[in-house]
Design a protein. Structure first.
Length: 609
């Protein structure tokens, strides 16, 4: 394993939300707050409000509440670190309502617990809640007359909300629409509104449950073609080209976009959905010239956003498109429970998925494996249908949640009628530091370019010192983690107690070690893997359990999950100004301090005799 050597002195949210009161309700502040001229954390402070002050509530937008205090009207933010600190003692709100309708116990709060230990839910672990992650949930079951109804879809909204929660979405950032709200024009408005909610470097989860379809369209420049579509409540299609244009605009802003489509675009078997069938195919296509030709199966939207692998820095690794069925298959709705694929995915995120590589994280593909097993078991004896297969296009290595801690937790919390039969909770094998480094790399913002290289990829044990060079197109704070040839621990090589200057400018090149410290090939023979992270904001690896190792630091392998959480979380995440980063500030310096985005690069050094 590479030996670390120092030279002589001459030479590193649980969220609680109550219903918002009507205009002009009176409330009492439960803690001090700043009254801002606008709903931005860096806006002018109009007044310092004290605990016990009475205010009139005007309206609420996201995590901000507009209030009137005396002759002044301004905005106050609901999230504060003091509320987080008191969370253990019970829900604490910023405002207590005094109206007779709500009573004095009507607390309004959104206390964001932003710590680096994943929140534990019944049956599993979720990502820490973050105001930088947003979800749009679209569910259509009550279609207009003439279109087959999907009686289980109304349960999918709750299923999708649970999936979003386990991906770190706070309740305030879940935007749900259903049935009559989702005519073709309504779907376009929902996408427009969601796009406005997404700020630079945010993350987005988009879920749709309803009918898919295929129909002939004639587009300028393309001529006639069969278009894949999502079917709106009024029977109008949102075709693939428009959907992809909208997803491209969102992905241009967001550092991660995950799309889950519980629908299908394969026809020919919809006549089976008659009477009191156990399952209903989620496909419909209008009658019309050319549409029979379009019944040829296709289940993946591929236009617009390139999903194939590209060079580093292209952004192609920031996108995952999850479809409920293959090209030639029908996805199914289960009356009284919801989409078969959605049910399976939720239960797997709640604790039944296996951490197959022992990285501590659950990738999209690990969740797919779990979900597919449940779908296959559920549909193995279904009359008239074969099991459909979940497919993933884009970055299947993207980490969506975290593995369970042990085998003692139950499989999943009940979700109304959408509850599936319990399954044994997965056992977690010995943590793999190398797999965790791969997860961190796979979860990078792929729009950022980081390059890591060395002149000696095969250093000789006991004879060679090791050096490497790093460059970053965007610049930021540099951290270099290593898993040595013993495979037992993470080492934080840089920054360290000797060298703490870890800032690199855009386009700059950094050579490490610097003259006052060295890395030497110390054996045993084998591969050392280095991961360089360049982040917008500092990271606090002490929260992953750093232990002194001379002038450097080491983290035990069991902290695989925590090392991932630290890598993906700004050390400023728990501050008030970051409570809704991207939405509550216009100051670019604050946006950077709150950013969870990072670029990354891997390098393998093989020590030889």
């Amino acid at each position: 394993m590479i030996t670390l050597r120092r030279l002589s002195a001459c030479c590193l949210f649980v969220s609680v939300a109550a219903a918002m009161p009507a205009l002009a309700d009176v409330a009492v502040l439960q803690r001090p707050a700043e009254l801002k001229a606008e709903k931005f954390s860096d806006a002018q402070t109009l007044a310092q409000l004290k605990r016990g002050d009475r205010v009139d509530i005007v309206k609420r937008q996201g995590v901000w509440v507009q209030v009137r205090s005396g002759k002044q009207t301004g905005w106050i933010i609901l999230d504060t670190p003091s509320a987080v600190a008191q969370q253990a003692a019970g829900p604490v709100g910023l405002l207590a309502l005094e109206s007779g309708r709500s009573g004095p116990s009507g607390l309004i709060a959104t206390t964001g617990v932003r710590g680096l230990t994943a929140t534990t839910g019944v049956g599993g672990f979720a990502k820490p809640p973050s105001p930088q992650i947003h979800a749009m949930i679209l569910t259509i079951g009550a279609y207009r007359e003439g279109i087959p109804q999907l009686n289980g879809v109304r349960y999918d909204a709750q299923t999708a909300t649970e999936i979003a929660r386990r991906m770190g979405v706070t309740p305030l950032n879940v935007h749900s629409y259903s049935d009559r709200e989702l005519t073709a024009d309504g779907m376009r408005r929902a996408f427009d509104d969601f796009e406005q909610q997404i700020a630079e470097n945010d993350q987005a989860f988009i879920y749709y449950s309803g009918h898919g379809g295929r129909q002939m369209v004639n587009e300028p420049g393309s001529g006639e073609r069969c278009a894949v579509s999502l079917i709106a409540q009024d029977g109008q299609p949102l075709v693939d080209s428009e959907l992809q244009t909208r997803l491209k605009r969102i992905s241009a802003k967001a550092q991660k976009v995950v799309v889950f489509i519980d629908a299908c675009h394969s026809g020919g078997v919809t006549t089976r959905s008659v009477g009191k069938a156990e399952y209903t195919p989620k496909y419909w296509s209008p009658k019309g010239e050319g549409n029979d030709i379009c019944s040829r199966p296709s289940n993946v939207v591929t236009r617009g956003i390139a999903l194939a692998a590209k060079s580093p820095g292209s952004g192609s690794g920031n996108y995952a498109y999850i479809a409920a069925a293959r090209d030639d298959e029908i996805s199914l709705d289960q009356p009284g429970k919801g989409g078969v694929a959605s049910q399976a995915w939720r239960v797997c995120m709640a604790g039944t998925a296996k951490d197959l590589d022992s990285s501590g994280g659950l990738s999209a593909d690990e969740l797919r494996v779990c979900a597919q097993e449940r779908i296959t078991n559920q549909l193995s004896n279904a009359a008239g249908f074969r099991p459909h297969h979940v497919t993933i296009n884009g970055n299947s290595s993207m980490v969506l949640s975290y593995a369970v801690k042990d085998t003692q937790a139950p499989a999943a919390a009940p979700i109304a009628a959408a509850q599936m039969p319990a399954a044994p909770v997965a056992t977690v094998a010995k943590a793999s530091p190398l797999a965790a480094l791969n997860d961190i790399y796979g979860n990078r913002d792929d729009r950022r370019l980081v390059m890591l290289g060395t002149d000696k990829p095969a250093p000789r044990i006991g004879r060679d010192n090791v050096s490497f060079n790093l460059s970053s197109r965007e610049g930021g704070y540099v951290y270099v983690l290593m898993v040595g040839s013993d495979g037992e621990t993470f080492d934080l090589l840089f920054p360290n107690q000797i060298d703490r200057n870890n800032v690199i400018g855009p386009g700059e090149r950094m050579v490490l070690p610097r003259p006052n410290w060295q890395l030497a090939a110390g054996g045993p023979a084998g591969k050392n893997t280095l991961l360089a992270i360049v982040a917008d904001s500092p990271r606090d690896f002490a929260k992953a359990g750093l232990k002194p190792a001379g002038p450097f630091s080491a983290v035990e392998a069991v902290a695989a999950k925590d090392i991932q959480l630290v890598s993906g979380t700004s050390s400023s995440a728990e501050t008030t100004e970051c409570a809704a980063a991207g939405q509550t500030t216009r100051n670019l310096a604050i946006v950077k301090r709150c950013s969870n985005a990072y670029g990354a690069a891997l390098l393998t050094l093989e020590e030889v005799q």
